[in-house]
Design a binder for this molecule. Structure first.
Ligand code: PLP
Length: 399
């Protein structure tokens, strides 16, 4: 991508910003401007994908029917699943040692399937990081299956930071090690991959999967539901290494057995045809229109940089939640001086065409989710609104 370098500096050079934003937006969304969707999940999807999905609902090219009435046993759907898998393999340069599965039950079912597979019959505890709302939910489910050792807990400090590698003292005998790469609620993201070379590494990447390149080879299992960054609700991508399949206990219900799904090519029972189709289109868009994960990361970095810059330059009017080194490129979480002012911010943002900015119900405040399909122009519009709002209220009695 010829504008790669320019994207890195978008936030510093105003003129370059406008030029390059126009280029980026042509590629990301050819037609749509406001309203802008900053929802935490289900999140924004690329405009070309939505348009193609709309046509496919009425009639899939080459098929007599629309998307919602096609058999999951058709060769057409087999090809859809195969392409989704091939695109993910290509984007991640994934080795053949991994299976790529498309399952139902969301991230939440993986909170259970992982410990059912790896902890239920293990004499050793599993190691978890408690870095925010979603990793806590994973721990609660894992504890039903066996002992959990929380290796690091950010709760007392209000889930504002992430551990440095030197703070994690792994037991090389642990059943496995689980962490969440991007805490969607608090807006914390790992910018390295924690873990120990002798401990099976498991990661919930639900809210940043395919937002940037990463090396899958240290992982035993990765899961990511589609509905934050990848597609609609209803499907969860699981990338599982072959040796993990060999550890699945016998006599599990088939639906909870990764081997059944791997053996049936993700069509063990009626698969979520719609969700997998849209997810396939998104992976095709990432490959062909965006140009790959390095390009996607450059765009995501530029978007997040502009928004964090707006927060940092606001002289405390906007207060970022995360410690700077743990800031997420996907979910930017901040607060204002009072809940009343936040309510006013949210209402006026909607009037300006900026939607989905309310923080998670467990935390309050503001959360702008900048998933892959959120355009640089959307972020620029948000930053413009924030500046306008700050100038209006920073010295006002109404605040
Ligand atoms: C939203 C979220 C989940 C929950 O997934 P469901 O599909 O709703 O079960 C799990 N993990 C992370 C990181 C999330 O952001």
């Amino acid at each position: 991508m010829e504008n790669l370098a320019a994207f890195h500096t978008l936030h510093q050079v105003d003129l370059a910003f406008f030029v390059n934003t126009a280029v980026a937006d042509q590629r990301l969304t050819p037609t749509k401007t406001a309203p802008h969707n900053f929802s935490g999940g289900p999140g924004a999807l690329p405009q070309p994908v939505l348009e193609e999905t709309q046509r496919a609902i009425m009639q899939v090219p080459g098929q007599p029917f629309g998307l919602l009435g096609i058999s999951h046993r058709s060769t057409w759907f087999r090809d859809v699943v195969d392409e989704a898998e091939a695109n993910i393999r290509e984007l991640l340069q994934l080795s053949d040692r991994y299976s790529v599965l498309f399952l139902q039950g969301g991230g939440s079912l993986q909170f259970s399937m992982v410990p059912i597979t790896l902890l239920r019959h293990s004499p050793q505890a599993a190691e978890y990081l408690e870095t925010g709302y979603w990793s806590h939910r994973a721990i609660v489910e894992a504890r039903r299956e066996g002992p959990v050792h929380v290796l690091w807990n950010g709760r007392a400090a209000g889930f504002r930071s992430l551990p440095a590698p030197s703070e994690l003292h792994h037991n090389p005998e642990a059943a496995y090690f689980h962490y969440v790469s991007n805490e969607t609620v608090e807006g914390l993201q790992f910018h390295h991959s924690p873990g120990h070379e002798n401990v099976l590494r498991v990661c919930d990447m639900s809210s940043d999967f395919l937002s940037r390149p990463f090396d899958a080879s240290p992982f035993a299992l990765i899961y990511a539901h589609a509905q934050k960054n990848l597609g609609p609700a209803g499907v969860t991508v699981v990338i599982v290494r072959e040796d993990i399949l060999e550890r699945v206990p016998d006599n599990l219900p088939a639906m909870l057995d990764y081997r059944e799904h791997a053996c049936m090519g993700s069509i063990y029972n009626t698969a979520p045809v719609f969700a997998i189709y849209v997810t396939m289109l998104v992976t095709r868009w990432l490959r062909d229109s965006v140009g790959g994960l390095e390009e996607m990361e450059a765009i995501n970095r530029a978007k997040a940089a502009e928004l964090y810059q707006a927060i940092d330059a606001s002289q405390g009017f906007y207060r970022g939640h995360a410690a700077p080194e743990a800031r997420s490129l996907m979910n930017v979480v901040f607060s204002l001086l009072s809940p009343k002012l936040e309510q006013r911010f949210l209402a006026q943002a909607e009037s300006a065409g900026l939607y989905g900015l309310a923080g998670h119900r467990s935390l309050g405040g503001i959360r702008a989710s900048l998933y892959n399909a959120v355009t640089p122009a959307a972020v620029h519009a948000l930053c413009g609104f924030m500046e306008f709002f700050r100038l209006r209220y920073q010295d006002s009695d109404e605040a």
